[in-house]
Design a protein around this ligand. Sequence first.
Ligand code: SAM
Length: 296
Amino acid sequence: MNGKNSYHTSVLLQEVVTFLGVREGGRYSDGTFGGGGHAAEIFRRGGIVLGIDMDQDALRYGKENFKSQISVGKLRLVKGNFREIDKLAGANGFANVDGILLDLGVSSFQLDTPGRGFSFQSPGPLDMRMDRELGVTAKDLLTVLSKGELYELFTTFGEERLARPIADSIVKSRRVKQIETTEELGQIVSRVVSGGHPGIHPATRVFQALRIAVNDELENLRIALPKAVQLLKENGRLCVISFHSLEDRIVKTGFLEMEKQVLGQVVTKKPVVADEDETNRNRRARSAKLRVFERK
Ligand SMILES: C[S@@+](CC[C@H](N)C(=O)[O-])C[C@H]1O[C@@H](n2cnc3c(N)ncnc32)[C@H](O)[C@@H]1O
């Protein structure tokens, strides 16, 4: 099992199932089902999985590809935001579980589908909503935010050093024509940010910032961590994989805070990262950091 399917390539797959200590008949919640790569490895080892995702496409893929596991009760799929994991788990009989996984960010499918607007590499409308029932798109933000608000956004959620000239350039461009596509935004940012790190597109941080804002990603994570830990059985484990420093900081400090509250202990003193073999196979694995917390 290499965790690769047509929807997504799972990162740190073996590490996650090992930390979860998946056992026959054990119950697990996967708050970020995506292409179900981690979930599949859990039920392959005998676990029973509640798969949650807020993206309709992920659930559709899961329902089509894991029909037999759904029919025998090994997998239950529900649409929802993991910030409400307490309610979703309670309503589906997973209020007391052996393990929980949050594999943050976007799936390869989301990134590579031009119509979803997540990537400067796939020309498409500037949407970026993981859940298409959400009200505000990236285009809306680029249209209504003031120059100052754009600066704040790119600084806070993108840690972009050139946030001011980028915000300036966006405001100038939109006076001439509304910014509608990933390509247009990519070009506007590229005109301001030249050089930078080789291999990293100049608009990476701006796209990250918009995506975080559209989906309220950091707040989802902050809210979910203590709720998830409360759902764990004694010695149950929460595994969180993050992909950038803003997320990782929230996981690190959230875990330490829960340790102080004597809810359990941090298992990974340092984050677990992918080995060379995995990073060679999967570029996305290069930025993955796994942290694990064990319930008392
Ligand atoms: C990196 S992918 C997960 C991949 C999955 N572990 C696999 O192996 O195929 C992240 C998924 O989580 C979903 N997601 C992100 N934030 C979410 C949230 N707050 N609530 C529910 N789903 C979320 C995204 O829609 C996406 O499908």
